[in-house]
Design a protein around this ligand. Structure first.
Ligand SMILES: *Cc1c(COP(=O)(O)O)cnc(C)c1O
Length: 221
């Protein structure tokens, strides 16, 4: 299987669910990303700012870059001019930093709240309680240069499919609950970013609107 075939296969499934495929290009060089670009991919995900900047500079400007990994407040300034969607807002402090940098560039940056849905402690994100409190506090409403368009979650790394499914199901339920109860001008919940190479089919079945797939497209890192 080559990159073209991998993308074709995953794109077909993604389209069946009217979801979006974001190819995660972290660790792969620009030449490899170009192969995906040539078969029509325009949305790429990176998890490190230091790695994203040179790729942004080297590759065509019609690429939408998604920041999917842990983001430090002091790094936001480097991506604020061009980033398309930040999937990993995991604190009030970070959302304020993104707002501030977006304002400097006269942009409104789309963001997702990262929710901790896995059992591993290592994964980042708001707990359900923290996210609900943050949304209900209305504080996001003051951040006029960001727009919260949804939520991102990473399931536990496990062979247990029913556990993965339950984690995605709970994120979808929380998303729906917040969608129907939060009324802020810059919160418009429409996207659920869940599903990676090992679990994107389950994620799509459970309501994902964006899957973030790396190794199933580009091969082992
Ligand atoms: C690396 C990464 C992915 C993609 O992982 P694969 O298993 O290679 O598909 C998705 N989301 C995040 C946040 C990642 O860091």
């Amino acid at each position: 299987m080559n990159i073209r075939d991998n993308i074709e296969t995953i794109r077909q499934i993604t389209q069946k669910y009217s979801a979006k495929l974001i190819t995660v290009s972290k660790t792969y060089p620009p030449e490899v990303i170009s192969e995906a670009y040539q078969v029509g991919m325009r949305s790429f995900g990176e998890n490190r700012v230091q790695e994203l900047i040179p790729k942004y500079e080297a590759l065509p400007k019609d690429i939408e870059w998604h920041l999917i990994g842990t983001l430090q407040s002091n790094k936001v300034k480097y991506i604020a001019p061009f980033v398309s969607l930040i999937h990993s807002i995991d604190s009030a402090k970070l959302s304020e930093a993104v707002n501030k940098e977006a304002q400097k560039h006269n942009r409104i940056i789309d963001c997702l709240l990262q929710i901790h849905i896995a059992t591993e402690e290592t994964k980042q994100g708001f707990s359900y309680t923290e996210a609900a409190e943050y949304l209900q506090s209305g504080k996001i409403g003051d951040l006029t240069h960001i727009r919260i368009i949804g939520m991102m979650g990473m399931a536990t790394f496990t062979e247990n499919q029913s556990q993965i499914r339950a984690e995605f199901k709970s994120l979808k339920a929380f998303f729906e609950k917040m969608k129907s109860s939060i009324n802020l001008p810059n919160v418009a919940l429409s996207e659920i970013s869940m599903g990676m190479s090992g679990d994107y089919v389950i994620a799509l079945q459970e309501g994902s609107t964006m899957i973030r797939v790396g190794s199933a497209v580009f091969g082992k890192r």
